[in-house]
Design a protein around this ligand. Structure first.
Ligand SMILES: Cc1cc2nc3c(=O)[nH]c(=O)nc-3n(C[C@H](O)[C@H](O)[C@H](O)COP(=O)(O)O)c2cc1C
Length: 201
């Protein structure tokens, strides 16, 4: 079983990174293979909405998204970690999830993977990012695991937040346990790629 943690903070070894690393330690105690992938220093350009990916099966933009998307497709569980930037997830995180509008490759899908969320903020905005990522899980037919939010500002401050560190470790453990149940949506759900919800007018 593989659990991938993606730190979307541009700050190397910042609070997001540390909290995800703790969650991954929790996953390892449950026997999972765990990897932390940081977007710091990586280039993830925003989706340009061209739609060509739905004809060609892949995104035409060449950057680091291919690497992270391959890791996402291989994992059984994915922990999305982001700092709050102006009341929402960091642009790096939003760019990455928007780019998963393109299919992840032939025969691959994010459907049935367990999603976890780690969010850090100075004072306000945590629930906004959690909500957006939970909607993302629903859209991708993923399974929502748990989420952890912590209020910290300076790089490394999270190390002194014992409650948040414990919650992160438990999040990692939960994800392995949920993934171990091998829940599957009906096969046709995986083929349909998205579940956006229904709006009536
Ligand atoms: C551009 C920018 C915008 C931010 N906006 C918010 C915000 O709206 N709300 C908040 O509580 N903290 C905000 N912060 C603080 C960060 O969320 C906080 O410092 C966090 O711990 C950084 O995480 P990191 O160490 O993983 O990079 C902002 C920081 C930056 C750099």
């Amino acid at each position: 079983m593989k659990i991938l943690g993606i730190s979307c903070s541009p700050r190397t070894s910042g609070n997001t990174h540390i909290l995800i690393a703790e969650a991954l330690e929790g996953a390892r105690t449950e026997g999972a293979e765990a990897e932390l992938f940081s977007l710091a220093g990586k280039e993830i350009k925003p989706c340009d909405g061209c739609g060509s990916c739905h004809k060609t099966g892949k995104c035409h933009i060449e950057d680091d998204m291919a690497t992270v998307y391959e890791k996402m497709a291989e994992a059984d569980g994915i922990i999305f970690g982001t700092p709050i930037y102006f009341y929402g997830m960091a642009a790096q995180c939003k760019a990455m999830i928007d780019r998963t509008f393109a299919p992840p490759g032939k025969g691959k899908s994010l459907t049935n993977k367990v999603g976890g969320v780690v969010v850090v903020a100075g004072s306000v905005g945590i629930i906004d990012a959690v909500k957006d990522l939970y909607f993302y899980f629903a859209a991708k037919r993923m399974l929502a695991g748990n989420w952890v939010g912590a209020y910290v500002n300076n790089k490394g401050d999270i190390n002194s937040k014992a409650g948040a560190m414990k919650a992160a470790r438990e999040l990692g453990q939960d994800m392995v346990q949920i993934a171990g149940k091998e829940f599957e949506y009906p096969r046709e759900f995986a083929r349909s790629h998205f579940a956006y919800g229904t709006h009536t007018h």
